[in-house]
Ligand binder design. Structure first.
Ligand SMILES: [Zn+2]
Length: 100
């Protein structure tokens, strides 16, 4: 099913393209990243789902959280958490979840 809706912003996590998915037979729509599968809140219309997705994609605290988390990952795949990395990560998590 395709319904007209506001164009979707790229995924805030991986930069991939997003789409509106829906549950056939139910009034349930949600934005979803085609690349990594990240999804946003379920809405009753495709337009509301597009708005919810775009709001999430706009949230700068998620980008900061992702950046802080990536800083803790070593290039060889291990976990590399310096005291500064940990402090930045904790601060980013607090900001993204609203627990300052
Ligand atoms: Zn993604």
């Amino acid at each position: 099913m395709s319904e007209k809706h506001t164009p979707l912003l790229p995924c805030p996590f991986c930069g991939g393209a997003a789409k509106i998915d829906d549950e056939s037979g139910l009034d349930a729509f949600w934005g979803e990243c085609i690349e990594c599968g990240a999804d946003a809140d379920i809405a009753e219309t495709a337009e509301e789902a597009a708005t919810a997705w775009n709001m999430r994609a706009h949230d700068p605290s998620w980008s900061e959280l992702l950046k802080a988390a990536k800083a803790c990952l070593a290039p060889d795949g291990g976990f590399y958490c310096t005291t500064e990395n940990e402090r930045n990560l904790r601060a980013a998590i607090a900001k993204a979840t609203g627990n300052d």
